[in-house]
Design a protein around this ligand. Sequence first.
Ligand code: FEO
Length: 398
Amino acid sequence: MKPVKITDGVFSLRVNHFNRHLFDSLIPLPEGTSYNAYLVKGSEKTALLDSADPEKSATLFDFLRNEPKIDYVVSHHAEQDHSGSIPLVLEKYPQAKVVTNPKCKEFLMTHLHLPADKFIEVKDGETLSLGGKTLEFLYMPWVHWPETMGTYLREDKTLFSCDLFGSHLAAGELFSEPAVVYEPMKRYYAEIMMPFRSNIKAHLEKLAKYDIEFICPSHGPVHCDTKFIMDIYRDWAVGEPKSKALVAYISMHGSTYMLVNRLVSRLQEHGVCAEKINLDQFDEGRVAMALVDAATIVIGTPTVLTGPHPKTVYAAHLANLLRPKAKFVSVIGSFGWGGRAAETIAGLIPNLKAEVLKTVLVKGMPTEADLGQIDELAAQIAEKHKGLPPCGNKGCSA
Ligand code: FEO
């Protein structure tokens, strides 16, 4: 593998992992992922920015096989997919120092047992000259760990953004195409960044002061349409939720399915986007992506052993962890002889600062009167959505 030039003296060492299907034993990776290291070569010093997941360290060292000297290893994030090969890098380049912030240093010492004397600590805004290449370190905590930071390379107007603006996409092309990268980026944002929206808002404001021509994230392709990237992140993290209802459901004998179909149909008639997701084949990424924009979340569940179906419990718990912008929630579903499905779901989502709308739980197969209750819920959602921006996303039904 040969380093791929981005600008003079700046190279991508992208380690693709095409056949990785799950991240953190949690997040599905439909398009694999990549671990992006970068090399910045000044007239005097050379810096390696991040490394690679240890499972793929051989690819990283293939990139480095003709590199005689590395003076600095800049560590933006202690998570293994970025830092895991740093101990091996230090074996190959024993004179190299690890440049990072104090919190990341602490994590690298506890996670990788790196010795304290290998580090150079840097403050927010501090610079390091490589000779004609000036690295400016930017603290960007909580994207998505507390120690995360980025680096701005002044002469090349290039931001190394860590996980921010990343995508789980094993990509052959160096640069992103907006139409190709949009969905992987949204999936990545939804699964990893969404709980930290207020931090991201602050980072976007901080980055607005920089002239950025290239964004080099730690996963996925490099971005040169930086306005597009910043705009979509601003929309996801800061913008109003859209006039969209996520209807996440599971049905055992068809009753809940009837309610869900009626609701989706009526929402469409009211002009509300409705994304219906069957949870029987749970794709955490698809649910997370729908949560990015939805103003309303409706959980559809049958009753199992007096409570909601376990897969809807998982969906509600996931939504609670991801802290989406949703303003309204509702529970619909069915039961045979009793239960507390709605109360249980409501108790699982304390992080959602959402108004609870009409609940529709029916005994057995829905009657026309039950379906009329669903019609009322659809009208209530439509009324609540007045004034919200239209959805316009792929995958929605209106
Ligand atoms: Fe890409 Fe947070 O590790």
